[in-house]
Design a binder for this molecule. Structure first.
Ligand SMILES: Nc1nc2c(ncn2[C@@H]2O[C@H](COP(=O)(O)OP(=O)(O)OP(=O)(O)O)[C@@H](O)[C@H]2O)c(=O)[nH]1
Ligand SMILES: [Mg+2]
Length: 306
């Protein structure tokens, strides 16, 4: 840790870890990006988009008090089918253990089958805020009904209906977090936005475009490794390896005459340029790595080893 910053904070400085957990697709990543004010986590309409614990750090002053909030976006909680999933769930566990506040995100469409999430949370002593997301898609009565349901079925310190997409009630969520934040020195230097390196975000952006462009098993069987990331004065040159599990998936990824991979590459490059604020040259290679989701050694290499 940087000792220089430790010396430079007011005595009443507040800091803490806020873990964002819930089932897949409820809007955790959308919420984290709203709270941090940056597009750090990738978002798609498919479940199980997020595979890592991604920290988004927000520094500021609120009511005259300096603070640092370290949000953790996490993978949606599922019953593991692959070693990959086990590792994803260990990221969730770790984030709950570290948390000063947990945001338990549910959405208006959920069919009350979040028992696995609830079991996990009710064992922890951490203050929990239950958020009901996507209320832009619901009537007033449906929201009231959902609140009543959760009041009867879960012990949360607060229940807050939100729309992460539209930013509705995000300030209420912030206040609820801030009120529970302990007085503590900052955990990270104040100019850091995340715990993850640039390469990680490059691979996530490519993975997002794969999730958007391909169907069924293909996105879930794909992983992206950045094999080279070279920043030059006016351009970043990125080489990415896309792993799939089978030759048939490789063929789908490439598409007829390489059309699909080209489209994916263009979308990824445009997003990379937005994210890094610089021109990007992107080269992609598609490689078959049978059953990588089950192979411990591969998973380690891919960063699933918390
Ligand atoms: N209508 C509506 N859609 C939302 C809202 N928040 C998120 N979504 C959509 O829900 C889908 C899933 O959002 P994500 O933020 O990726 O959800 P997640 O919980 O991170 O999903 P996983 O990473 O798969 O666990 C996307 O299509 C979002 O645009 C909301 O407030 N309203
Ligand atoms: Mg997510």
């Amino acid at each position: 840790m940087n000792t220089e910053i430790i010396e430079n904070f007011p005595a009443n400085h507040k800091a803490g870890f806020v873990s964002i957990v819930g089932k897949p697709n409820v809007g955790k990543s959308t919420l984290m990006n709203q709270l941090v004010g940056e597009r750090l986590s990738i978002i798609t309409s498919k479940a199980q988009t997020t595979r890592h614990r991604i920290m988004g750090i927000l520094n500021g002053t609120h009511n005259g008090q300096e603070f640092q909030l370290v949000y953790s976006d996490t993978p949606g909680i599922i019953k593991p089918q692959y070693k990959l999933h086990e590792s994803m769930m260990s990221f969730v566990r770790g984030s709950i253990e570290d948390a000063d506040v947990v945001l338990f995100v549910t959405d208006i469409f959920e069919q009350h089958d979040e028992n696995d999430v609830i079991d996990r949370l009710q064992k922890s002593e951490v203050p929990i805020l239950l958020l009901i997301n996507k209320i832009d898609q619901a009537t007033h009565d449906q929201v009231t009904e959902k609140i009543a349901y959760w009041e009867a079925h879960f012990k949360a310190q607060e229940i807050i209906p939100i729309s992460a997409l539209n930013g509705f009630n995000i300030d209420t969520v912030f206040d609820a977090i801030f009120n529970r934040l302990p007085v503590h020195p900052p955990y990270f230097p104040k100019d850091e936005l995340t715990d993850k390196p640039e390469r990680f975000f490059a691979s996530e952006i490519i993975r997002e475009k794969i999730f958007l462009n391909y169907k069924k098993e293909v996105p879930y069987s794909s992983e992206v490794i950045i094999t080279s990331f070279k920043e030059k004065p006016d351009i970043i040159v990125v080489q990415a390896e896309i792993l799939v599990e089978r030759a048939t998936q490789r063929a789908i990824l490439l598409g007829e005459g390489g059309k699909m991979i080209k489209k994916t590459g263009i979308m990824a490059r445009e997003e990379l340029e937005r994210f890094f604020g610089k021109k990007v040259f992107l080269e992609q290679f598609v490689k078959v790595e049978p059953d990588w989701r089950q192979k411990e050694r591969m998973l380690k290499r891919l960063g699933y080893d918390e």
